[in-house]
Design a protein around this ligand. Structure first.
Ligand code: PAF
Length: 286
């Protein structure tokens, strides 16, 4: 495996390899990232190709009060894990390499998708994500790029960006990897105390209950969402949102469309997100 920090060396290493499966990350890797790397390798199949992972903590997607400075940087360990998972190239640029001048050209995703939920509570977040991902796509020029469903809204925003800007890359989604007890893996889980790790499970349990009540026929969505938020508050969380939405555009739920329950909440000082999909009920055939 090749560890590369600058763009000319990366371009040289990529030359001649047209099939490139790309996994963009901010490092501090866990099994969820490694599952994406293995999925990338499988997606290339027997065709000669390269799996490229980028590691870059992108300042543009952090608000000034957020955890940019504390975000764990663990490059050496990340490289060991990536090598074992079958990655061919790690691209780990520093800020000067990716942003040698102020990044004044930015990708602004549409408000109806990017200013809701995460974008509402983290203004500018998706501008930062889209800008860095578009830039990384220009540098790596991947044929496939993989993103986890754990960041569900990010996946939808990036899919739409690629589609609307006709970027020549296929976006593939990876399922959320969970611990044995069901906690969605996240780099930010490392901020949690032992007690908080136990409590963190309540986030996915709350989502499961919300989906179960919807499936049981309850349709007062405002009440369902408000009760889910109240339950989290009673358990010591500070929820930003618990909602049920359509999968493809995160709009209000409709009958017979695939839905997704999404939540973001703070536990102590740590903000966690999670989501669970609900397939559309199969049509009744005579
Ligand atoms: O999901 C992440 O880790 C980041 O948002 C990404 C896609 C690597 C962009 O910085």
């Amino acid at each position: 495996m090749n560890l590369i920090h600058d763009i000319p060396t990366l371009r040289q290493a990529l030359a001649g390899h047209t099939q490139r499966a790309f996994v963009p990350t901010m490092g501090n890797l866990h099994d969820g990232h490694l599952a994406l790397v293995r999925q990338a390798k499988a997606a290339l199949g027997s065709a000669p190709g390269l799996v490229v992972t980028s590691i870059f903590v992108n300042r543009l997607q952090f608000a000034p009060h957020e955890d940019f400075d504390q975000y764990p940087r663990t490059l050496e360990r990340d490289c060991e894990l990536l090598q074992a998972a079958g990655c061919d190239i790690v691209f780990a640029p520093d800020e000067q390499t990716l942003y040698p001048e102020p990044q004044t050209y930015k990708v602004h995703p549409p408000a109806e998708l990017a200013d809701i939920l995460e974008g509402h509570f983290r203004p500018g977040f998706f501008v930062g994500v889209c800008t860095v991902v578009a830039k990384l796509f220009n540098i790596v020029q991947p044929s496939i790029a993989l993103f986890g469903k754990k960041d569900y809204q990010q996946l939808m925003v990036l899919r739409q960006m690629v589609r609307q800007l006709a970027m020549p890359v296929e976006i593939m989604a990876g399922e959320t990897t969970r611990s044995d007890v069901g906690l969605a893996l996240s780099s930010r889980n490392s901020y949690l105390s032992v007690a908080e790790k136990d409590e963190a499970l309540s986030l996915s349990q709350t989502l499961r209950q919300l989906l179960a009540r919807w499936q049981a026929g309850e349709r007062d969505l405002q009440a369902l969402e408000a009760e889910a938020m109240a339950q989290l508050r009673a358990q010591g969380w500070q929820p930003d949102y618990v909602v049920l939405r359509r999968q493809h555009d995160l709009g209000a739920p409709l009958e017979h469309t695939p839905l997704v329950a999404l939540a973001a909440a703070k536990l102590g000082a740590t903000r966690l997100i999670d989501n669970l999909e609900l397939a559309a009920p199969a049509p009744i055939t005579p």
